[in-house]
Structure formats: structure tokens, C-alpha cells
Design a binder for this molecule. Structure first.
Ligand code: OSB
Ligand code: MG
Length: 375
């Protein structure tokens, strides 16, 4: 197949979160995001979403650095020549170091277009087989433990398949003890977003008694070595998030024993192709994976659902319902969760319609990039 991209539209959106979301590195009140639309000669559109945040807290990328990378480097590469497969575009992008979220946003839009041209759901184009996916929910740090228990209750009742609680020094062992007392049987995990060091090993070890499914990213965002020293001290499996930015990072982490589980975020690893390669490697090595979240709007959520249909995504991911974060999402239908399951859409591409009226409502500015006449 040949994909001829005629033009690309970058839109800068701003969406208010229903409730502030707090992690060990800061609080989010709203989400700024870049929506990427690639349009081919027949007027078919593919959609991607940059998951970078406004500030460089989670990683060094931001909405502005993503816009810069897309405008000045990545979009020109996508428009330069026809594309025969999304992987060909990833290869073109490999000449540019890092900037994985910017790459993933455009690569994801081309994957959507590619699947639409094939007339198959994106999940199927990626090799996924599941018809439903199991999901959990991530709960931010709350003002009090009572607030946390109240919020948790809501999601447990709704049937989410596991609950993730954010922790940081001073909001950890005591909080998890109270949570366990209130919900003895709920599948539970904790995410530290790099808030600890090896010196805190005893504190992390104290979490062992609560039967957590895993502890996510306890140590530094760029570390594999200290995690490899920590893991043998704990019964709780370590899951890496921030530390895994590529297939090679995943390979090294598994070789070193830095973790037993990997959280795959499409943006963090540079796209659906790399996400799939990490998935395949983990399947070979017997390490389960799950799909993380970046407070995505509907387009990003749809991509997460598609990749989660691959076989070795055996643990519930963070792809909650649209209504968990948004008053009104940018896709129709919105992502719905029933009994902790999302039904995988079977329409071509991402399988949800982008609601252009909502997109316009949230768009602050946009820019169109045309193929140069000679290409
Ligand atoms: O570490 O997984 C994370 C949100 C913002 C930044 C980092 C993370 C998170 C979450 C929420 O845990 C994921 C989601 O619900 O989208
Ligand atoms: Mg995380």
C-alpha cells in the first residue's frame, strides 16, 4: 500500500480536567495537547495525539517541544515521500534522537490512516486479538486518606479491575495500610513516580505485607541499576514506567532484573511499532505488560485500547472511561467502561469518530502543512 499524505494539521487543544490530578511530581488542573491529523489524497484522515504535558515533570518533553519537533523536523519527514508502512516512517524518524512523544503522535496518526486504508480496526492492524480489554484506574494523591477511600469506593463499585494509588514519601505505608483495611481484596498497586532512592529500601520493603500487585517506578526516572539492586530486597514486583523509553531499555531492564513487569506507554517509547516490539520481547521473557496512561483525550485513549488487544497485555491498564477525566471527550462514542471492561471497537482505524465540533471548541490555535509541489 502507498500512503500519500497531502497535508498535516497540528492543533493545540486545552481541556479542563474534571478534578485535579496529583502525583509525587505535581498537580494537573488541565491538559494541553497536540492533536495530529494526517490527510491523504483521497481526503481520508488519520489521527494521533501527543501525550506530552505542559511542563517537563514526567519527562523532558513538553507540548511546546513537541510542537517544535513536529513542525520543524517530523512533519517535513512525513511529507517528503510516500509511506508504504507506518514502520517506514519510524525508520525515517530514527535519524532524530529521542523526542519520543512527538514521534509517536505523528506515527500514531499514520497508523490510523494505514488501518483505515486497509479497512481494518487498528487493533487488528497491530496484530491484536482481544475483543474486550480489562482496565483499572489510577487515583491521584488526595488531601486526606478519607478522601482517598471515598474516591476508591466509587471505582471499586464501578467494577474497575485494579486500583492504582499514587504514593510519595510521607504518603505511603500508612496510607496503603488504611486502604488495605478498607478494601482487603481489591487488586491494588502503588505508583511512586520516582519519588524514592535506594536509601528508602526499608520503607519500600514495608509495603510487602499489603499484597500489592506491583510497585511502579520507585526510583529515578533514568535508572536501571539501582532498581536491579532494589528488586531482590522486595517481594513486591517492581514495574518500570519512566525508565523504559525503548526496546533496548526493556531488554536491559529484564537482563539486569530491574523489574518483573513493564508499563508500556506508546508516547514514552516513541510509537506503536516500538510498543509492539517491547510487548513481543516481554512475552518471550515471560514478563507481563500493561498499558499506562497520560491523561489522554479520546484519540490517545483509542490508541491505548488498540495496543492493549495484544496477547501479553495480561494486566489491567490505566485506560479509564472518558468520563473519568472529561466533561466531554473529543470522540464519539466516548470510551465507556462496564464491569471493568472496554469493548474494542471494530470500525476501521482507531474505531471512534473524532468529534470535530468538540475539537474546535478546545482548539486554541492550529497550523496546516502542505506537501511541497515536487514531492
Ligand atoms: O505515572 O502513570 C503515571 C498521570 C500523569 C503522569 C504520569 C502517570 C499518570 C497516571 C495516570 O498514573 C494515568 C492515566 O489515568 O491516564
Ligand atoms: Mg507511572
Amino acid at each position: 500500500m502507498t500512503i500519500n499524505i497531502e497535508y498535516v494539521i497540528l492543533r493545540h487543544l486545552q481541556m479542563e480536567l474534571k478534578a485535579p490530578f496529583t502525583t509525587s511530581f505535581g498537580t494537573f488542573q488541565r491538559k494541553e495537547l497536540i492533536l495530529v491529523e494526517v490527510v491523504d489524497r483521497d481526503g481520508v484522515s488519520g489521527w494521533g495525539e501527543s501525550v506530552a504535558f505542559s511542563a517537563p515533570w514526567y519527562s523532558e518533553e513538553t507540548v511546546k517541544t513537541n510542537w517544535h519537533m513536529l513542525e520543524d523536523f517530523l512533519v517535513p519527514l512525513a511529507l517528503a515521500e510516500p509511506i508504504h508502512h507506518p514502520e517506514e516512517l519510524s525508520k525515517r524518524f530514527s535519524a532524530i534522537r529521542q523526542n519520543n512523544m512527538a514521534k509517536a503522535a505523528l506515527e500514531g496518526a499514520v497508523w490510523d490512516l494505514y488501518a483505515k486504508r486497509l479497512g481494518v480496526p487498528l487493533s487488528q492492524a497491530l496484530g491484536g486479538t482481544k475483543k474486550d480489554i480489562e482496565v483499572g484506574v489510577s487515583i491521584g494523591i488526595q488531601p486526606t486518606v478519607a478522601d482517598l477511600l471515598q474516591v476508591m469506593e466509587r471505582y471499586v463499585v464501578q467494577g474497575y479491575r485494579r486500583i492504582k494509588v499514587k504514593i510519595k514519601p510521607g504518603w505511603d505505608v500508612d496510607v496503603i495500610r488504611d486502604v488495605r483495611r478498607a478494601f482487603p481484596d481489591v487488586p491494588l498497586m502503588a505508583d511512586a513516580n520516582s519519588a524514592y532512592t535506594l536509601a528508602d529500601a526499608d520503607r519500600l520493603k514495608a509495603l510487602d505485607e499489603f499484597g500489592l500487585l506491583m510497585i511502579e517506578q520507585p526510583l529515578a526516572a533514568d535508572d536501571l541499576v539501582d532498581h536491579a539492586r532494589l528488586q531482590p530486597l522486595l517481594q513486591t514486583p517492581i514495574c518500570l514506567d519512566e525508565s523504559i523509553r525503548s526496546y533496548d531499555d526493556a531488554r536491559k531492564a529484564l537482563d539486569l532484573g530491574s523489574c518483573r513487569i513493564i508499563n508500556i506507554k506508546i508516547g514514552r517509547v516513541g510509537g506503536l511499532g516500538e510498543a509492539k516490539r517491547i510487548h513481543d520481547l516481554c512475552a518471550e521473557r515471560g514478563a507481563p505488560v500493561w498499558c499506562g496512561g497520560m491523561l489522554e483525550a479520546g484519540v490517545g485513549r483509542a490508541h491505548n485500547i488498540a495496543i492493549t488487544t495484544l496477547e501479553n497485555f495480561t494486566l489491567p491498564g490505566d485506560t479509564a472511561a472518558s468520563s473519568h477525566y472529561w466533561e466531554r471527550d473529543i470522540i464519539t462514542p466516548e470510551v465507556e467502561v462496564h464491569g471493568g471492561l472496554i469493548r474494542v471497537p471494530d470500525a476501521p482505524g482507531i474505531g471512534y469518530d473524532v468529534d470535530r465540533r468538540q475539537v474546535e471548541r478546545y482548539t486554541q490555535f492550529a497550523k496546516v502543512f502542505h506537501r511541497t509541489a515536487t514531492a
